[in-house]
Design a binder for this molecule. Structure first.
Ligand code: SF4
Length: 463
């Protein structure tokens, strides 16, 4: 949710979190939802952001090489693995974006691809790479589709050469449709990409162009039809609600278009306007109107469920929908699970045995280290004791439920008792409904799912 005055939960005495109601009746526990007639808008204060601050411990920079050596000598043990490759360039910066790193110049493409392939070679013979299959690869950014066609093909081929991909591995190429012509589409498919995820955000030309996107509605539709005509890969688009000028009507038209086009899937995301983003400043300075308010965003969220379900789309996770069975949404789901993630490219983040790590973000730093034969890891964090349980909570909640009994058995902990007051409150507030051992999220609960997940993660610190 958008925040102007974040409260940092990590500043609160963590051990007292669940006891707050008992020890101090005036203090409301952070997980306590308001009991109202309209939980989708009123269950929590939208201006409070919960950062669960899971307690990861940074590894001292001089110990990172030895620790990486140890971690990469151990075979992966989680049931699924993903790989994330970051392409750090964009032709232009979209006003709302916090992932922007560097402007794209045509001459950067070959050098980037050469360096990325060398980076993959650095870990290619490590046990952590070779011992188990990789189930989903994601080329993200940035804008992978900005690269030149021969380099697109080379980097997708390199992934297939240097990583032990499962036979049914999902290989997603992300990007935008401006400057993604036939030659680049063909190069990605020839390289082995079997899924495209394109950032449409909105088909409405005025809305798109107000926030820095270039293509018109007609151009987008024509390019998506061209990509679909290959009939060689899954094609999904991102839609976002929360932009200036967006209305319920423009949002409904976007949802209708993705169905009419015959896409395999669509992701519906809620826009957070971060205070550091250009869009925040544009709105502050009056250059653009504010986007939909909280109530309208809740209506848009509800409408996306009504319309997509009404058109017989399948809900694959909280934000992800499939129209055809070709769409599996592997990467997006496993990225939020306890899976390992192998990371490559400047600014890429990964996970090995619960340790999270991040590559140098500056392209030059990343490139110089790779040229010296050094895996360019800038940051390594040791996992907190409950990282696996936290991820297991996320795995449940991404699929719109919580099963405390099953989690208790798996983690040898009485989570049912720990969460009893929380889940009782959330049921009373209309955020969850109990069905057997499952606590299913209502539509209001789904709207608040990120908050509920973070709050559950926060509660387990008091165990
Ligand atoms: S293309 Fe994507 S990564 Fe680049 S600025 Fe726009 S939203 Fe951000």
């Amino acid at each position: 949710m958008t925040s102007t005055s974040p409260i940092k939960i990590k500043d609160i005495d963590r051990m007292s979190l669940l006891k707050a109601r008992v020890s101090n009746k005036a203090e409301q526990p952070s997980w306590e939802a308001k009991i109202t007639d309209n939980p989708i808008t009123d269950a929590f204060d939208e201006n409070i952001v919960v950062h669960p601050g899971l307690g990861s411990m940074p590894i001292a920079p001089d110990q990172i090489p030895a620790e990486l050596e140890r971690l990469t000598s151990i075979p992966r043990s989680q049931p699924k693995t993903t790989a994330y490759i970051n392409v750090p360039f964009c032709e232009t910066r979209c006003l709302y974006c916090m992932f922007y790193i560097k402007p794209y110049r045509k001459e950067e493409s070959k050098k980037y691809a050469d360096t990325l392939i060398k980076e993959m070679q650095l870990w290619a013979d490590k046990r952590v790479i070779q011992t188990e299959p990789v189930h989903a690869v994601y080329f993200g950014g940035g804008t992978p589709t900005a690269l030149e066609a021969p380099d697109i093909q080379r980097i997708v081929e390199a992934v297939r050469k240097y990583l032990p991909l499962a036979k049914d591995c999902e290989i997603t190429f992300e990007g935008r449709l401006s400057n993604f012509g036939y030659d680049k589409m063909e190069a990605a498919i020839n390289g082995g990409a079997n899924r495209f995820s394109l950032g449409v955000q909105s088909f409405d030309t005025k809305i798109r162009q107000a926030v820095g996107r270039r293509s018109t509605k007609e151009e987008l539709k024509s390019q998506l039809k061209q990509l679909l005509s290959f009939n060689q890969a899954t094609v999904v688009v991102d839609l976002i609600y929360g932009f200036p000028y967006q209305t319920l009507e423009t949002w409904m038209e976007d949802l209708s278009i993705v169905d009419e086009l015959g896409l395999d899937g669509a992701d519906c995301y809620h826009l957070r306007v971060f205070p550091g983003s250009p869009l925040f400043k544009y709105i502050q300075n009056g250059k653009l109107p504010a986007g939909p308010d909280h109530a309208l965003k809740a209506a848009m969220f509800t409408k996306s469920i009504e319309m997509l379900q009404g058109m017989h789309w399948n809900r694959l996770s909280i934000s992800h929908w499939g129209r055809t069975t070709r769409e599996r949404n592997f990467y997006n789901y496993y990225a939020k699970s306890r899976s390992d993630c192998l990371a490559f490219g400047p600014g890429a983040g990964g996970v090995l045995h619960g340790y999270s790590y991040m590559m140098h973000r500056k392209v030059e730093d990343w490139s110089n280290l790779v040229e010296q034969g050094i895996k360019p890891v800038a940051m390594l964090m040791a996992p907190p004791k409950d990282w696996c349980l936290s991820r297991a909570i996320s795995e449940n909640m991404e699929l719109n439920y919580l099963n405390p009994k099953k989690l208790s058995a798996e983690f040898n902990a009485d989570l049912s008792a720990l969460w009893a007051p929380v889940l009782s409150n959330w049921q009373e507030a209309g955020l969850m409904e109990k069905e057997g051992d499952f606590y299913n999220l209502t539509i209001a609960g789904q709207f608040w799912q990120t908050r509920l997940t973070q709050l559950l993660m926060e509660t387990i610190k008091s165990r």
